[in-house]
Design a protein around this ligand. Structure first.
Ligand code: FES
Ligand code: FE2
Length: 450
């Protein structure tokens, strides 16, 4: 009998994960009750609702939530359903990711019951017909737990959930120094994929695929990466030589004979083909390296100069990066996988975040989204929208990742597939996701390979 993984310790060794969690309809239906209605979910950005009355909606399976600003310091969340006869209160416009707008009251489209920003029902036509039975408790919108961290709005459908701070565990301590709440969207795109949401998330939760899925990057250096577990969550980063701890994070120098040139090459390639993980300021600073540093400058010095020169250039235009100790960068790595379905790829001046949600209760489809953020001078952040984008119109590097997804979904359904065998060092975040999912789902636990 295979031994079921009991603790994060077991994930240091090789484990195998059954395909059930990816392909089973029963499992996908159970996720709705056991997972999505029990966990804290990232549902938007605080800056999406800057003014009183601003609202957005967030959909997870059949559930929909309204998140609105009720006061300068007050954000509220409600179930998006009218208590009268169950009409969804706010419709998502066709083709849009979610609804958004500004209202001082929500009026149901069916019989015009009306709700204020506190969720209290303020108008019912012919209320006396109910003979006094319509108490506030019966007519108010159902409350949803909501909190903020990192500049995001987080919701939890479980009225008895633990506080967000407890849920996030080590993450605030590791990521608060990056001041993620100060970053604003550069672009945001979404798409429906023919794969389970886990397949989509896992395509970005490891560095093992870089050398083969993104071979162009091999010219710029090694992409050997680690993964660590932190309770429900995980993080990943790159190995870096002593004295180059910055290189464990996202701002990495190129390797090879002349790191001045390979750093510039990698930055130009990344900017043109991924449009993420860097900024125009970093690209420009990399392109200046060959003029500002003599030939033969060691990689450590190139790294230091590049980052300092970009930092100074941004400071001149009023963009101040946080200062983070090299040892902290080394521990924080490149990305955090927030259980169950959000990844934060942080850096001092930019970030790349992914999330994936089920599409209905179909195990073979998901809603995938990616957002790129950076620090902007006050008031200069671009206006962005969630842009539904066909795969061929995403940056080419992301298309390389997408190309694996539907094929993984198909492959895992094959009768001859024996379960996944994630790399215990580089893909430990994948194994950890399933270890933690099994705790919520009561099924699908990884087993120790013997
Ligand atoms: S269902 Fe909303 S007012 Fe009737
Ligand atoms: Fe990738």
């Amino acid at each position: 009998m295979a031994k079921i993984v009991q603790s994060a310790e077991d994930l240091i060794g090789p484990v195998t994960v059954p395909a059930e969690a990816y392909i089973s309809s029963d499992y996908a239906r159970a996720e709705q009750h056991r997972l999505w209605r029990k966990t804290w979910l990232q549902a938007g950005r605080i800056e999406d609702i800057p003014e009183i009355g601003d609202f957005i909606t967030y959909e997870i399976g059949p559930d929909s939530v309204i998140i609105s600003r009720a006061g300068a310091d007050e954000i509220r969340a409600f179930h998006n359903v009218c208590p009268h006869r169950g009409r969804r209160l706010i419709d998502t416009p066709p083709g849009k990711r979610n609804a958004k707008g500004k209202r001082m009251s929500f009026i149901c489209g069916y019989h015009a019951w009306t709700f204020n920003l506190e969720g209290r029902c303020t108008y019912i036509e012919h209320k006396d017909d109910w003979q006094g039975a319509l108490s506030d408790a019966r007519t108010s919108l159902g409350k949803v737990q909501v909190d903020t961290w990192g500049g995001w709005l987080w919701i939890n459908l479980d009225p008895d959930c633990a506080p967000l701070g407890d849920y996030l565990g080590a993450i605030p301590e590791m990521l608060d120094p990056y001041q993620l709440q100060n970053m604003r969207y550069r672009w945001r795109k979404w798409i429906v994929f023919d794969c389970n949401w886990k397949v989509a998330m896992e395509a970005f939760a490891e560095t093992y695929h870089v050398f083969s899925t993104h071979p162009e990057f091999n010219d710029f250096g090694q992409f050997r990466g680690w993964a660590h577990t932190h309770g429900l969550h995980t993080n990943i980063g790159y190995e870096a030589p002593k004295g180059m701890e910055e290189d464990s994070g996202k701002l990495r120098v190129g390797s090879g004979a002349d790191p001045r040139l390979t750093t510039a090459d990698m930055q130009n390639f990344t900017w043109a083909n991924a449009n993420t993980n860097t900024t125009q300021t970093l690209v420009d600073a990399a392109n200046r390296l060959k003029d500002e540093l003599p030939e033969g400058t060691p990689a450590t010095e190139v790294s230091r100069h590049w980052i300092q020169s970009a930092r100074a250039a941004d400071e001149k235009r009023g963009v101040v990066w946080p200062v983070i100790a090299a040892e902290h960068t080394a521990k924080a790595g490149t990305a955090w996988q927030v259980f169950p379905n959000f990844q934060i790829g942080h850096a001092v001046n930019n970030m790349l975040c992914y999330s994936a949600r089920p599409f209905g209760d179909d195990p073979d489809k998901c809603i995938f989204e990616a957002a790129v953020y950076e620090l902007y001078p006050q008031g200069e952040a671009p206006d962005t929208e969630w842009d539904y984008t066909a795969a061929e119109n995403w940056p080419p590097v992301l298309q390389q990742d997408f190309a694996n997804m539907a094929a993984v979904q198909q492959g895992m359904k094959n009768v001859g597939f024996r379960g996944t065998q994630p790399n215990p060092y580089m893909e430990r975040a994948v194994a950890s996701l399933h270890f933690n999912l099994a705790r919520f789902m009561g099924a699908g636990a990884p087993t120790v390979m013997d």
